[in-house]
Write a protein that binds this ligand. Structure first.
Ligand SMILES: C[S@@+](CC[C@H](N)C(=O)[O-])C[C@H]1O[C@@H](n2cnc3c(N)ncnc32)[C@H](O)[C@@H]1O
Length: 287
């Protein structure tokens, strides 16, 4: 990480002094905002653009340059998650979305149907920053809790359907912790759905070696990696996991946007690529 010694606070803006893994919430935010600011954006998100203007942080010095192709890739990932949420809301209009490690994601405002219940779970500091920066209405609840604990599950209304999302979270957990969280969700939310993304084993190993990302920012270690060929094993990881499906990235702009939904068919990308996975848990009370 590049330490910023010159930065002076900007009056009227809210200081965002997150460090370590929580800081990655600012990294994804600034990439979505950079993409959203383009006239030809794949992910319109005026609230993300506004948020970046309201945060007091020297983004480039702390987080590196937001390269357009990385910004588009991050936005396509968010768009894929939006698709899963919209699909869930079409079946459960007043269901509950639990966004684990939500950071400064503005997904609620992109997908809100007026009846969804939304629970944000994050660590204390990023959650407090979110609380200060974003307006939260009666259907939104903020829970300061480590996702690896089970405390956040208390008080969840699962009666009208549950979708658990973990966008950009599980790679930062140890493999056993990531599997433990998936198992806990499968056991706690019968009939529910979970969607999460992962990096490949190779990418995970590189992150542990301390490589820098394309914008010059040192990537935090991502201990959990999973290759595409391993994903089928999730089906038997817990008896309540009834279905495991791939969520392809939507199409976008240019070569990256062309390849994004076709990555599974490209020999060089097939085995060694980030994945988005949807799990369905055996039917029960959630329907
Ligand atoms: C890469 S950011 C992703 C933020 C958001 N989901 C997005 O896509 O922009 C990772 C987020 O996970 C949160 N996080 C990391 N470890 C966590 C844990 N053990 N429990 C809850 N949240 C965690 C971080 O604070 C941060 O907000």
């Amino acid at each position: 990480m590049i330490e910023d010694v010159r930065h002076q606070p900007v009056s009227g803006r809210i200081a965002a002094d997150l460090r370590g893994i929580p800081e990655t919430a600012l990294w994804t935010l600034c990439h979505r905002a950079a993409e959203a600011a383009r006239p030809d954006t794949v992910l319109p998100d005026p609230r993300a653009v506004q948020l970046v203007a309201e945060v007091d942080l020297p983004f480039k010095e702390r987080l590196g340059v937001a390269r357009p192709w990385v910004a588009q890739a991050i936005a396509l990932r968010a768009l894929a998650f939006d698709g899963v949420v919209r699909d869930f809301l079409a079946r459960h209009p007043d269901g509950t979305v639990i966004a684990l490690g939500e950071g400064l994601e503005t997904q609620f405002w992109r997908v809100d149907n007026g009846t969804v219940g939304w629970v944000t779970v994050d660590l204390t500091d990023p959650l407090e920053l979110r609380r200060r920066l974003l307006p939260h209405g009666a259907r939104q609840r903020l829970v300061a809790c480590d996702a690896r604990e089970r405390r956040w599950m208390a008080g969840i209304d699962a009666s009208r359907g549950v979708l658990v999302t973990a966008q950009g979270l599980l790679m930062y957990l140890q493999p056993a912790q990531a599997h433990g969280l998936i198992d806990a969700c499968a056991a706690a939310f019968p009939g529910g759905t979970m969607v999460f993304d992962t990096v490949s084993r190779r990418f995970s190993a590189r992150s542990r070696d301390g490589v820098r990302g394309p914008g010059g920012h040192r990537l935090p270690p991502m201990p959990w990696g999973m290759n595409a060929a391993e994903r089928k094993h999730l089906r038997t990881a817990h008896p309540a996991i009834a279905e495991v499906t791939d969520v392809p990235l939507p199409a976008g702009r240019g070569l990256l946007g062309f390849l994004a939904p076709r990555a599974a068919a490209v020999p060089l990308l097939r085995g060694d690529r980030p994945l988005i996975t949807r799990l369905r848990f055996g039917a029960g009370a959630c329907g």
